[in-house]
Design a protein around this ligand. Structure first.
Ligand SMILES: C[S@@+](CC[C@H](N)C(=O)[O-])C[C@H]1O[C@@H](n2cnc3c(N)ncnc32)[C@H](O)[C@@H]1O
Length: 486
């Protein structure tokens, strides 16, 4: 409310300074509204209680229904999802179409603001948009459809990557300091686009104008002070945007490399997931079996009758994504105390009760409860050198392969998928794609034998051989292009 009132005041004063006088019913056309809501039907509620808000709401509705915008700019909130309604959720589906991701943060408020910019410009048929916004979408693999949608929806796209990501400890390429333009940790960029639906569609490949800006805050502010896209020293470079990833950051790629043509890791292993997020490691994880047994026995056996005592003794409280009530009605079972790869070479114990854990990733971790082996890899990494690949015999924790990026697990065998009893004895089935096996077997002149057997048999290729061959020689993390310092 305060920024709204101040905007009216400042615009009023500025216009008065220029000699402009408002007509009797005229007002500055600054409106108080949630930009991510469609026109509303709640004026009647306001009318009874807050007549001033009802009048504002009525005017906003008229704007939302009948006005078209050709210029959209701003600094949208950097926030997890706050607004949810059928209109914006429907529009956001365009960023999710076909990506087939288990996990993404595509519902954040800033992506919704990106989406409504396109919506407004398409409605007006011509327009220009510019945001200073979280730069994560330029490189995140899960945001590829957002990028593609944006490039396809606009004629010209400009990206001024202002970097300054303190979460990644970002520095300039020469190792000197790189500061954020705001007092925040998340890196940012200026993202601008224009569209003219009446112009002939371009026959050229997808391109964007891009430049990186590194350095101190003062250097960045100085350049931002004079930079415009038409300036002779603007420094934007034209870059081609390649499908399927449509990355919008600068990557130095060896065009002759055979790497992008090899199988992606998720085309080799048919099952994968990020590691377990307990939401309460102090409770569910321990260095020793006995400590964990004693703790979980006490908590699970007593929480139903003595909740207050157990809460106090084990410092249990509800948090985002986890509630103490998840522990209720459960019974201690020593079989659920299992080995757990917490960090490389750091094997601990976890109490694997999927309904009690924050995110048990049970569709993948269930296959690690029996004899198995799995590849551990991160999809993104923060800093070179790249060393984010590992192997595990046990379920893994979410950050096993990297201190700050989620880690994925690719089991070699699957056990009884879909069975109710997690700890049942089912036959192991290799989890390697047939297409990959046939290419590999043909290349090596071997015959594939899908046995769960580590013995090396001459002329045969077992799942274990495929695993060691894949992990030793052919690791391609999604594509070379996705090896994104994110
Ligand atoms: C990052 S701040 C930018 C503030 C100001 N524009 C600036 O650049 O300093 C984001 C602003 O968006 C406003 N905001 C957040 N969600 C909004 C929504 N759904 N509709 C309209 N404004 C919203 C917040 O109140 C906040 O003022």
């Amino acid at each position: 409310m305060a920024p709204y009132a101040i905007a009216h005041l400042k615009i009023g004063l500025k216009l008065t300074e220029t000699g402009y006088r408002f007509a009797s019913k005229e007002r500055a056309r600054v409106y108080l509204t949630n930009s991510l809501e469609p026109c509303s039907t709640s004026q009647q509620v306001f009318a009874d209680w807050f007549p001033a808000l009802a009048a504002e709401s009525q005017e906003v509705n008229e704007v939302k229904i009948s006005k078209k915008f050709t210029v959209i700019f701003g600094n949208p909130p950097y926030s997890k999802s706050l607004t949810s309604n059928a209109w914006i959720n429907g529009l956001l589906d365009d960023f999710k179409r076909g990506i087939n991701e288990k996990k993404s943060d595509l519902t954040r408020e800033e992506w919704k603001f990106l989406r409504i910019a396109i919506w407004h410009i398409e409605r007006s048929t011509v327009g220009v948009m510019s945001y200073v916004v979280n730069n994560a979408f330029l490189s995140a693999p899960t945001h590829r459809q957002l990028r593609k949608f944006f490039i396809d929806s606009n004629d010209q796209v400009y990206i001024l990557d202002l970097h300054g990501d303190a979460n990644k400890g970002e520095t300039a390429p020469d190792g000197s300091e790189d500061k954020n333009v705001f007092d925040i940790k998340q890196g940012v960029c200026v993202f601008a686009a224009t569209k003219n639906s009446r112009a002939e569609p371009s026959a050229h490949p997808r391109t964007v104008r891009h430049q990186d800006m590194f350095g101190s805050r003062a250097t960045k502010y100085d350049k931002l002070g004079w930079l415009s896209v038409g300036h002779p020293n603007a420094g934007f470079e034209t870059r081609t945007v390649d499908e399927p990833w449509c990355f919008l950051y600068r990557r130095d790629i060896n065009e002759d490399s055979p790497y992008p043509n090899w199988f992606a890791i998720n085309a080799i292993f048919v099952n994968s997931n990020t590691g377990i997020q307990t939401k309460n490691d102090d409770l569910f994880v321990s260095h020793t079996r006995n400590t964990l047994d004693a703790r979980m026995k006490r908590v699970l056996d007593e929480i139903d009758d003595n909740e207050a005592v157990i809460r106090r003794e084990f410092e249990l409280s509800d948090s985002a994504g986890w509630k103490v009530s998840r522990l209720k009605g459960l019974h201690f079972d020593a079989e659920k105390n299992i080995a757990f790869l917490y960090k490389p070479f750091d094997i601990r114990r976890i109490y694997f009760e999927p309904s009690a854990l924050g995110r048990a990733r049970v569709t993948t971790m269930r296959h690690m409860l029996r004899e198995n082996i799995a590849l551990v890899a991160t999809r993104q990494f923060t800093r070179l050198p790249f060393g984010h690949v590992f192997v595990s015999r046990f379920p893994i924790e979410e950050k096993t392969g990297s201190h700050d990026r989620t880690t994925q697990l690719f089991p070699l065998f699957l056990y009884g998928d879909g069975l109710e009893d997690l700890f049942c004895s089912a036959e192991p089935i290799p989890a390697i794609a047939a297409t990959f096996i046939s290419v590999l077997a043909a290349a090596l002149g071997l015959e594939y034998s899908p046995q769960f057997d580590r013995t090396v048999v001459e002329g045969q290729l077992s799942p274990f051989d495929v695993f060691s061959t894949s992990t030793r020689f052919s690791i391609r993390l999604f594509t070379v292009n996705d090896m994104v310092p994110s």
